[in-house]
Design a binder for this molecule. Structure first.
Ligand code: 6PG
Length: 238
């Protein structure tokens, strides 16, 4: 694992909350604070969104705010190779929970064209993000195996490749598109959202130094992990 700034392990800040619902507020507040500062300083805010289900509560919380959405530029950390309006698409989840509820221009939402197939979509998205880096915020989740975005254990990627075409993903669908480590780490703020006892084993392995894809995250200033008690210490919560 290479850490951009020196050989020290990445700086990980663990923020534990009682349950998943308690995460949404602090994460939403953090994102809005970074956005308002970026817009005040540079007139634009670039954010990479997480896929999966966990971030939905954060997206619904963001949708309840009146922000300068015209200055938000939204990208995706990964996408599943499914039809554009498939309910399992990460872009559809983000649209239904947030982006479709606020007046953000459609041209500001940079969906990965994964319906074109992994290789073509990865090639196309590489040029989209090239103009957007470095990102202000990268939001990510983590799977039970320690994957993040669509970077899965046992599927080594060229760490310098900005966008990967992923095949044989163990989490369906098999074909996906994922930002690479170099891009995910090219951000001032990296937030990882993890909830549920099913994720506890991977959290424990991460803390123990296991070489997991999520453990390759370091950002430009460390990583903030927002997790609930169930994910942190395996406490079963109903
Ligand atoms: C995806 C996501 C993936 C997700 C984790 C956690 O396309 O599936 O990008 O990386 O963040 O698998 O998923 P949950 O939040 O649904 O547990």
């Amino acid at each position: 694992m290479t850490v951009a700034s020196g050989d020290f392990p990445p700086l990980i800040r663990w923020h534990v909350h009682p349950d998943a619902a308690a995460l949404a507020g602090p994460v939403c507040t953090r994102i809005l604070a970074v956005a308002r500062q970026a817009i005040a300083e540079r007139g634009v805010f670039h954010i990479v969104l997480a896929g999966g289900n966990t971030p939905a509560t954060v997206y619904r919380s963001l949708a309840r705010h009146q922000e300068d959405w015209r200055n938000w530029q939204v990208y995706f950390g990964d996408e599943r190779c499914l039809p554009v309006d498939d309910p399992e698409r990460n872009s559809v989840m983000a649209r239904d929970a947030w982006l479709g509820q606020v007046d953000i221009p459609e041209s500001n939402v940079h969906v990965i064209p994964a319906e074109r197939g992994a290789a073509k979509a990865a090639q196309a998205y590489a040029s989209v993000i090239a103009a957007a880096r470095p990102f202000d915020v990268v939001l990510l989740g983590m799977g039970e195996d320690g994957h993040t975005a669509s970077l899965f254990p046992g599927q080594p990627h060229d760490g310098c490749e900005p966008v990967h075409a992923v095949h044989h993903a163990p989490k369906p669908p098999a074909d996906r598109v994922s930002l690479g480590e170099c891009v995910l780490n090219d951000a001032q703020v990296v937030l990882v959202l993890i909830t549920g006892g099913a994720k506890h084993a991977a959290v424990a392995r991460w803390k123990a130094g296991a070489d997991l894809p999520v453990a390759h995250l370091h950002g430009r200033a460390g990583v903030d992990v927002y997790l609930d008690a169930a994910a942190d210490c395996g406490v079963a919560t109903d």
